[in-house]
Design a protein around this ligand. Structure first.
Ligand code: CTP
Length: 131
């Protein structure tokens, strides 16, 4: 039984989010997703997400290839979460390439290519620009 863990904000849910979660699940048997808290997102990107954390957790929990969802409160706790949920493999998008290699003594790490031409930030910009 191989346990996979991944993290993200997953705000304004889009096809890039589906693709990475689907591909992450294909690498093992049980997929655990850490959804960034509203506060963590504010600290990271200087704005609150459009969808609040309860709604983002509800959306991710509804996906058939996701087995367990929790709220990620701090970026620095990655290793604690990995241990707590007994993950064997950390999957991240390649926008994070190399950034989590420090967990490798405890957990394998794979960076998957991002889906081209889509991001939450871009969607927000496009919507804002519509008059
Ligand atoms: N992701 C992806 N392909 C995309 C967008 C996101 O594979 N086109 C992945 C990220 O690499 C990450 C996960 O989806 O592993 C969650 O990313 P998140 O930051 O929540 O989404 P973004 O659309 O990148 O959001 P933002 O534009 O605010 O950074």
């Amino acid at each position: 039984m191989k346990r996979i863990i991944t993290f993200g904000t997953f705000d304004v849910f889009h096809i890039g989010h589906i693709n990475i979660l689907e591909r992450a699940k294909e690498l093992g048997d049980f997929l655990i997703v850490g959804v960034s808290s509203d506060q963590l997102n504010y600290n990271k990107k200087n704005r609150y997400p459009i969808y609040n954390q309860q709604d983002r957790v509800k959306i991710i929990s509804a996906l058939k290839f996701v087995d367990l969802v929790f709220i990620e409160e701090s970026l620095e706790l990655k290793l604690e979460y990995i241990k707590q949920f007994e993950a064997d493999l950390l999957v991240m998008g390649n926008d994070w390439e190399g950034r989590f290699d420090w967990v490798k003594p405890d957990c394998d790490v794979v960076y998957l290519p991002r889906t081209p031409s889509i991001s939450t930030t871009e969607i927000i910009e496009v919507v804002k620009s519509i008059k």
